[in-house]
Design a protein around this ligand. Structure first.
Ligand code: SF4
Length: 152
C-alpha cells in the first residue's frame, strides 16, 4: 500500500548520496531515471549530491562486497544526524543472487543500520520514490525528536 505523503508539505529539501557497493548497475540505472524528465525528482525538492557530508539520505545498491564495507562505514560516519540509509534492490536487501558468495560482507544491514528496504531486481522507479517517501517521513520524525531533545 502506498504511503500517504503530501509532497507540497516537504519541509526541507532532501539530499541523497548514492553508493554502488558491487551492483550490476541495474539498480543504479533505475535510480538515475528518477533525475530524468519523466520522474523529475528535483521538482519535489529531492536532489543527488556528490558528498556524503551534504547528504540526508544514503542510498546503497549492490550486495556489499567485502572491500566496500569499510568505505561504506566511513561514508556513513561523514553524514550529519539525522540520517537515513536506504537499501535498494534485492542485492542490497538480502545479497540477492550473490548471497552465497564468500566475497560479501553484506547484505547492507550486516554493515550499516538500514532504515528503508526497497525490493526488486531492479526496483522500478515508482518503488524507489515510495522508499524515498518513507525516508522523508522517518527523517522528519528524527528531526523533531532531536529538536525536542535540544529544547528540553
Ligand atoms: S538487485 Fe538486480 S539489478 Fe540490482 S544490483 Fe542486484 S542483480 Fe543488479
Amino acid at each position: 500500500m502506498a504511503t500517504e505523503w503530501n509532497w507540497e508539505a516537504l519541509p526541507k529539501s532532501l539530499a541523497i548520496y548514492l553508493w554502488n557497493s558491487g551492483s550490476c548497475n541495474g539498480c543504479d540505472s533505475e535510480f538515475f531515471a528518477l533525475s530524468g524528465p519523466r520522474y523529475d525528482l528535483e521538482r519535489l525538492g529531492i536532489q543527488r549530491v556528490d558528498s556524503p557530508c551534504h547528504a540526508d539520505v544514503l542510498v546503497v545498491s549492490g550486495p556489499v562486497i567485502a572491500s566496500e564495507a569499510e568505505m561504506l562505514r566511513q561514508i556513513h560516519s561523514q553524514m550529519a544526524d539525522p540520517k537515513i540509509v536506504i537499501a535498494i534492490g534485492a542485492c542490497a536487501v538480502s545479497g540477492g543472487i550473490f548471497r552465497a558468495s564468500r566475497c560479501l560482507a553484506g547484505p547492507l544491514d550486516a554493515v550499516l543500520p538500514v532504515d528503508v528496504y526497497v525490493q526488486g531486481c531492479p526496483p522500478r522507479p515508482e518503488a524507489l520514490i515510495e522508499g524515498l517517501t518513507r525516508a522523508v517521513i522517518d527523517l522528519e520524525g528524527r528531526r523533531k525528536s532531536m529538536e525536542g531533545r535540544s529544547l528540553s
